[in-house]
Design a protein around this ligand. Sequence first.
Ligand SMILES: *[C@@H]1O[C@H](CO)[C@@H](O)[C@H](O)[C@H]1NC(C)=O
Ligand SMILES: *[C@@H]1O[C@H](CO)[C@@H](O)[C@H](O)[C@H]1NC(C)=O
Ligand SMILES: [Mg+2]
Length: 306
Amino acid sequence: FTSNLSLSLPVFYGHILVTICCYHHILSKRCYSILKSSDVLITYYTQIQAVTTTMARQIRVVVIFIYLAIFFKVSLARTYSRASIQQEVTNYCLSWRLAVEANNVRAWRTVPMRCLRYVETYMMGGQYEKDLELIMDQVLSYANSIDVAKDGMDAWILDIDDTCISNVLYYKEKRYGCDPFDVAGFKSWATKGQCPAIRPVLRLFNKLINGGFKVILLTGRDNETLGQCTINNVQSQGFVGYERLVMRTAAYKGQSAATYKSEIRRQLVEEGYRIWGNVGDQWSDLQGDFPGNRTFKLPNPMYFVP
Ligand SMILES: *[C@@H]1O[C@H](CO)[C@@H](O)[C@H](O)[C@H]1NC(C)=O
Ligand SMILES: *[C@@H]1O[C@H](CO)[C@@H](O)[C@H](O)[C@H]1NC(C)=O
Ligand SMILES: [Mg+2]
């Protein structure tokens, strides 16, 4: 009896230890490794085997169940934690993209490295197009509410890069904007004149023209070096019938997009154009003077133009 009692004390403590670990530190790797590696469990188990009472046998069964419970919980926790890390990254990147689109994050130079897959999925997986379609519906319902005058001065401004035509194939090679902007690389891409049309915007373009608006394409691209290839690119992609294609001339070199585009819009307004709408993928397309009665920001999580 005495020896049984002296044996049952460590059994008791062992049981307490396992129970505490089980209920309070079930997900702690430390607890798991202590139980797995230390003598605690072995001693505990050996002691239990020495005790021959019915109670001890019951405890033995309980201990084995607890051990199994811990083992499965820990391996489950590992699986969950991998999934939850991925979920955390996705959540972060969604917050980041939303903040970028809302112009809360500014002057950013690259996409956070951990958001590479997220941005790729956004751009290539269909959500980007869906977002554009929804915006186009808004643009059209606004455009349809306007009484177009007969004087031919009701104007609409569209940006070119990543508004009318897409650079996503170029940015794919730049890890969707995780790499910093490459002036020479972009120039040689643009020179090829192979940017594909952004379909929802092309449909809008045609509807605006059919609705009597004068569509003015306004881009920060340099006229001298990219003039001809840009004209060829937009026309070959179906953007025909626009009123004007305005490119950056020497006089505006070095100016921010917002300043340069404001100045061009001022000239248009002075000519008598009524700028009803303005569509661009950068905030700098839509900020500054004479932005237009309504502006529409298209998504672009790949780069920022000041
Ligand atoms: C734009 O560049 C072309 C040559 O590529 C030139 O003929 C044209 O005059 C330039 N336009 C302006 C407004 O400077
Ligand atoms: C459009 O904007 C101009 C200039 O800000 C303003 O004078 C005009 O009333 C606006 N039109 C409508 C219908 O909001
Ligand atoms: Mg653009």
